[in-house]
Design a protein around this ligand. Structure first.
Ligand code: PLP
Length: 429
């Protein structure tokens, strides 16, 4: 009988699934090896089809903040399962979820549930355009908002640079409405708004950038966005798909005390089920169909099982000190990595915000934007990633992704990670 391995499964998948994966980053392209195929997960661990265990710092790209197969989340899903999977009618559990989100994030007066982070950002941008009657969208280089056509735009840095499609298939006539600015460039933002502020429908931003490694906002950056939006009448959208409920219970908006007009959510809000949401000020949300003229819909939106999973997780992470303990774990990991790298003569910088972190192989003392993030040593990261994976530690398979801690990564897991890193650093010089 043929042995089932990750390699053989990846080869088989490649015949029928483009690249063998249903989301590109899972292919480990650029990491020089095939991905592991996971068969199950529990707590801070993944187990591959060959039975190997990994300490997991990806957490399904963010949702698994209390670890995999959380018994409370699984129990909530099990409790609802026998009542049916989907009704296509309103259910009480959707209002339970909406009330909970509005309680946790006071900037949100009303919220609509969708099925992914991409749907949340796509719908929020449409709503902002419909509400303002304007077309232009301002986004930031290196920020990712899902695979929405008008947000899949890369542009040269600097104010007023009009977009070029970064993916074939995005019409240039659509991309030209997207203006891409440099992240953390306060003067660039002000200059852009001096020139075209009256045409801008919205500014969409990752309030902590988590898709070019992990880059926090410099002091004054988010405040500047709030100010230019207030002055110009543009809608300020915080894409908190990653940061929501992770950098603080109330998200980056609570952590930095800046109030957006609209917020996009995903990942944790679904407890591991396919869920997104967008919400915000009542007078804007009332523009949505069926109250208002901006159309938005979803056959499976507000799915009862998904709502049950998300509610169970949100209730669990509302415990006092949950996020304080989570960030203490992140600090233990990042301090330990920096110390061991220094001892081995490897230049390494870490960033941490609440339950997320970034590791940069660089001599730079600051990494605040896309240019600095892409200037880090990608080859050294690749060697680090593969050697850590061999030792049973799964970091994000790209130098441009953030890391995620869970509340069930215990000291022994973090110490084992640091021991592995020490051994790997010794091979990197
Ligand atoms: N926005 C941000 C900040 C994200 O990190 C992601 C996904 O990683 C998305 C939007 C898109 O979410 P989804 O993959 O659920 O469509």
């Amino acid at each position: 009988m043929d042995l089932i391995t990750s390699e053989t499964l990846f080869t088989r998948a490649g015949h029928r699934i483009p690249g063998g994966v249903n989301s590109p980053v899972r292919a480990f392209k650029g990491m020089g090896r095939a991905p592991m195929f996971v068969s199950r997960a529990r707590g801070p661990y993944l187990f591959d089809v060959e039975g190997k265990r990994y300490i997991d710092y990806v957490g399904s790209w963010g949702p698994m903040i209390t670890g995999h197969a959380d018994p409370d989340v699984l129990g909530a899903v099990r409790d609802r399962l026998e009542d049916g999977l989907s009704f296509g009618t309103p259910t009480a559990v959707e209002t339970d979820m909406a009330e909970l989100i509005c309680e946790i994030m006071p900037s949100i007066d009303m919220v609509r549930m969708v099925n992914s982070g991409t749907e949340a950002t796509m719908s929020a941008v449409r709503l902002a355009r419909g509400y303002t009657g304007r077309d232009k969208v301002v986004k930031f280089e290196g920020n990712y908002h899902g695979h929405v056509d008008s947000l899949l735009v890369k542009a040269g840095s600097g104010a007023l640079t009009h977009g070029e499609p970064s993916s074939p298939g995005v019409p240039a006539s659509l991309a030209e409405h997207t203006v891409t600015l440099s992240y953390n460039d306060i003067e660039g933002v002000r200059e852009c708004f001096r020139e075209i502020g009256d045409q801008v429908a919205c500014v969409i931003v990752e309030p902590v950038a988590g898709n070019m490694n992990c880059i926090p906002p410099v002091p004054g950056f988010l405040k500047c966005l709030r100010e230019v939006c207030d002055e110009s009448g543009a809608v300020l959208i915080f894409d908190e798909v990653m940061t929501g409920f992770r950098v603080a219970l109330g998200g980056a908006q609570a952590h930095y005390s800046i109030t957006p007009d609209l917020t996009c959510l995903g990942k944790i809000v679904g407890g591991g089920m396919p869920v997104g949401a967008f919400g915000g000020k009542r007078h804007i949300m009332e523009y949505l169909s069926p109250l208002g003229p901006v159309y938005q819909a979803g056959t499976l939106s507000g799915n009862p099982l998904a709502m049950a999973a998300g509610i169970a997780l949100l209730k669990k992470i509302r415990q006092p000190d949950f996020h304080k303990r989570l960030s203490e774990r992140v600090n233990t990991l990042c301090d330990g990595l920096e110390q061991r790298a220094r001892a081995a003569g490897v230049s390494l910088l870490t960033h941490r915000v609440g339950g997320m972190f970034g590791i940069f192989f660089t001599d730079q003392t600051e990494v605040n934007d896309f240019a600095a993030a892409t200037g880090c040593d990608v080859e050294r990261f690749r060697r680090f990633f593969t050697a850590m994976l061999d030792r049973g530690v799964y970091m994000a398979p790209s130098p441009f992704e953030a890391g995620f801690m869970s509340s069930v990564h215990e000291d022994e897991d973090i110490n084992a990670t640091l021991d592995a890193a020490e051994a790997v650093f010794a091979t990197l010089t």
